[in-house]
Design a protein around this ligand. Structure first.
Ligand code: SAH
Length: 233
């Protein structure tokens, strides 16, 4: 059974979107994962298939109705983790991505307008996940981001199994810099150690770069790294 994603959205034409191309697209064709998109409008009420209403307490914008969203979830729900994409959610991390990749799949609910009525999030015991501290106009791009991050970790999707374990955040360190041909470009040469053929020295250099770049750019991650004990000399 391959990894199964369900997406609930008011804009089904946004899928598979970027996930139909390249690595994820090929894996989709090869059935290494599957995608089912549900239009929440199909569960809308009345002749106009209404999905939203004005917020209790006043204020701008519209809110997705809990009854409509609940019906839509009910049409696909099973034991896969249910995730609401929202800026108020727990920040998406590589650890969460890995956890999802190891499971059976996920059900993603994309908000629109001001968001989703909180009662259905609580009643369905969904997880709320954010892709960063900024506000997008809908949960569709966040859903694509989350799925992209997961799919590349699924078995057989990436060429080299180890490319998923060595990269940024696995330690938690940012990745070392990469270089390819030409060895000299516009007067800049690649770091000498990389052309030395000395694999131990290369590994040591890369590790040093990863630590330095993390310390410099992301003191928060560096503190986590130090706490793992891996930084001890
Ligand atoms: N009023 C909300 C923003 C709504 S944006 C607030 O201030 O928090 C509309 C929808 O876009 C949200 O329901 C959510 O599904 C999605 N969205 C916007 N930014 C997001 C982010 N950073 N991460 C995940 N989902 C996001």
């Amino acid at each position: 059974m391959s990894w199964r994603a369900d997406v609930l959205t008011l804009f089904p034409a946004m899928f598979p979107g970027t996930l139909g191309e390249s690595l994820a697209g090929r894996a989709l064709e090869e059935r290494k994962w599957s995608l089912k998109v549900t239009d929440m409008r199909d569960f809308g009420l009345g002749r106009h298939r209404a999905v939203d209403d004005t917020p209790f307490g006043g204020g701008a914008g519209m809110v997705l109705r809990p009854d409509v969203v609940d019906e839509a979830i009910g049409s696909v729900a099973d034991d896969r983790p249910l995730i609401f994409l929202t800026p108020r959610g727990a920040p998406l991390t590589q650890a969460k991505v890995r956890e999802l990749a190891e499971g059976p799949g996920t059900i993603l609910v994309c908000g629109r307008f001001e968001g989703i009525d909180q009662r259905v999030i609580e009643a369905r015991q969904g997880q709320e996940i954010s892709i960063g501290d900024y506000v997008l106009s809908g949960g569709e791009l966040p859903a694509l981001v989350l799925l992209d991050a997961v799919i590349r970790l699924l078995p057989g999707v990436m060429g080299h199994a180890e490319s998923g374990t060595e990269e940024s955040f696995s330690l938690p360190l940012l990745e070392y810099p990469h270089y390819t041909r030409p060895a000299e470009w516009q007067g800049h040469v690649v770091p000498e150690v990389l052309t030395s053929g000395n694999h131990a020295a290369i590994a040591k250099w890369r590790q040093g770069q990863a630590v330095a770049i993390t310390q410099n750019r992301r003191p928060d991650l560096y503190a986590q790294y130090v706490a793992t004990g891996a930084a001890a000399p």
